[in-house]
Design a protein. Sequence first.
Length: 402
Amino acid sequence: MKRSTGQDRSITRNWRSATRAVRGGTWRSEKGETSEALFLTSGYSYDDAATVAARFAGEAEGMTYSRLQNPTVEMLEERIALMEGAEACRVQATGMAAMTTALLCQLSAGDHIVSARAAFGSCRWIVDNLLPRFGIETTIVDARDNAAWEAAVKPNTRVFFFESPANPTMDIADLEFICALARAKGITTVVDNAFCTAALQRPLEWGADVVAYSATKLMEGQGRVLAGAVAGSEEFINDLLLPFQRNTGPNCSPFNAWVVHKGLETLELRAARQSENALKVGEFVEGRVAKILHPWLDSHPQQALAKKQMDNCGPIFSFEVDGGREKAFAVLDALQLIDISNNIGDARSLMCHPASTTHHNMGPDGRADMGVHEGMLRINVGLEDPLDLIEDLDQAFAKAGF
Ligand SMILES: *Cc1c(COP(=O)(O)O)cnc(C)c1O
């Protein structure tokens, strides 16, 4: 294996983002394959005993065991680091493995974390249920409220954790403000960037310390495998995350890493086209429903902030129909093209009812607090012709009585 021509960081750092997404981190075996090689191996063998001893002693480079290193996985880590503008990255088996690793690797009993109210259901479960079991204090804030972040800071606050836009309410958190506040107080910001990916929003450019991913979503982009990623400084990754990951083992399989490579090659194209389609579909939906939560529409109260920190709107938005769960289900059940599915970031258009699926576990009070109402539907707009999607929604709304 050797780095393919021009893979020195001094060169790849200067590549523009589309080039990084296709070429970043490529190593080639002596066979000279064009696509990334897939190393489905758990272990490695050695020419002699001294070689393996030197590797274990950290005196020689090289692979020893796939929980510690794998060439296919390392190529993906290098590519994601380049795309984020991060010094380093490690990938995990799922987005939730990434979130858990990014938080637990740096928190200890007696620490305090401030976390956003509107978040992916399992992220809220970690903050609300898991961290307190280990003596980590938590405060939940409305991520849109800059003053609330400021007021929540305590002497033992170690981490700010949030996503933007948030799932499924499309709340926008002010990255520049929140990250600057954290920096001033010595707090580490962990931003869950799954909705946007580096193609649409780069939190590190706004001062975030750590960006964490479900790579299952827009990054992979075709609904095939689960994966996660955490990117940040070399100090954070090497000193905090790596010892945790290498010993607890939330690793990404080489096969899944390879599939994510294939997704990244088309990420910019998909993100641009799906955003374009999501705006067209959103403009149609706005005229037919009680309320729409779409960051690129004038009706979104944080449109200006969204446009400041995001390059485009992304594929996902939510809306509310009158008539609660019954009418929301009626719309879903009438769909002929768009699938009923709780996944996002897929090239296929998918729609779900968050209150009964992704946010079911929060209970009615938690949902009311977060603004997840019974009439809310969330859509991931795919790569189909937007006119077909609009026609499908049009007939589904009509059947449901709208
Ligand atoms: C899906 C998702 C996760 C969890 O990722 P998995 O790959 O399903 O484990 C975390 N955060 C956000 C915002 C997500 O959309």
